[in-house]
Ligand binder design. Sequence first.
Ligand code: 57M
Length: 360
Amino acid sequence: MLWKFLYDLHVYFFPFNVFRYITFRTIYATITALVISLILGPWIIRKLREYRVGQVIREDGPAQHFKKRGTPTMGGILIILSVVFSTLLWANLGSRLVWIALLSLVGYGAIGFWDDFLKVKLGHPKGIGARRKFLLQVVLAFTLAFLLYEELGVHSTDLLVPFFKRVSPHLGLFYIPFALLVIVGTSNAVNLTDGMDGLAIVPATICFATYTAIAYLVGHARFAHYLNIFYVPGAGELAVFCGALVGASLGFLWFNSYPAQMFMGDTGSLSLGGTLGTVALMTKHELLLVIVGGIFVIETLSVILQVGYFKMTGGKRIFRMAPIHHHFEQKGLPEPKIIVRFWIISLIFALVALSTLKLR
Ligand code: 57M
């Protein structure tokens, strides 16, 4: 909205022509979301304290976490508000992809909000309940998958395989269950990772920064052709949206860095995860997400292995505790050390993922 108003003024003042460019608007969407979250952060923390939205800590968890009891949670509200506001200001709202992205952000945020609200405010230990929560996630993912199937046209059901130039399987109608898996899987993977201060938000920021670059490239006919990737008309506007997510996430990190003043809650983790999966689908780099979000994949695999082995052997464990960050914690590594090491690994994954754009 704002960019259009400013751009229209270029007939009077030519330098305002710059508001037309996606790169310029992406930078300002990032800064705007960051500034909004920094300004709103202390107010949201105060409100969450006022409404007594404090984290309940599980008795069977690591003892080091007991001191975190009562930390305000549901901070995902801060991320969602900042992204929505900044996107409305800087993105071209004529792009339907932007609206689909916003739907995933707000939709998964709402599911998470409901779950958090029941847990922390109304004291229901199970929140919405695992089955109902999963069903809601699937229904929303199905809606998003259908909208994408309609929107992306010619390439919607083709996949780009990292490292392989000539392999691009055509999924046809199988695209819908595949898209469900990507969206719901990523949403839950980010949720599982969110168990230490800053542990989920930094890898999420790195993922969104990576997809900012990818969205720009796939939305640019010449770059897409040069790199031999699918050209997705209108996807460039998703760079603006992802930029806003990077800014808002950094703003949230300001408060969530160790020792955290607030947690994102399911409101944040489901929303960030669901949106990451949706963006990967929209930019036609869905398989690359396994590398970009490698840290989320490792965390999820550690849970699958641990739970599977636990059930098969009637109580034996592979890790001291899953997800794997708790394993290192139980081994005595200080929380900040585990967190920063996971950030470094996450950055390496993103760089490797970006390198595959040329390695084909
Ligand atoms: C949510 N949530 C954190 C906070 C955050 C199947 C099983 C592996 C599932 C898994 C699970 O429930 N995971 C999902 C993880 C919780 O954080 C809240 O939840 C939101 C995200 N949804 O935003 O509101 C706790 O994490 C800590 N935390 C921080 N800083 C942050 O910035 O320190 C979170 C954010 C917070 C705080 O302590 O209270 C969580 O871990 O509960 N279950 C588990 O992760 C549990 N694992 C487990 O039971 N493993 C078993 C196997 C057999 C399943 C095993 O290995 O033996 C662990 N979590 C806890 N206790 N709390 C271990 C036991």
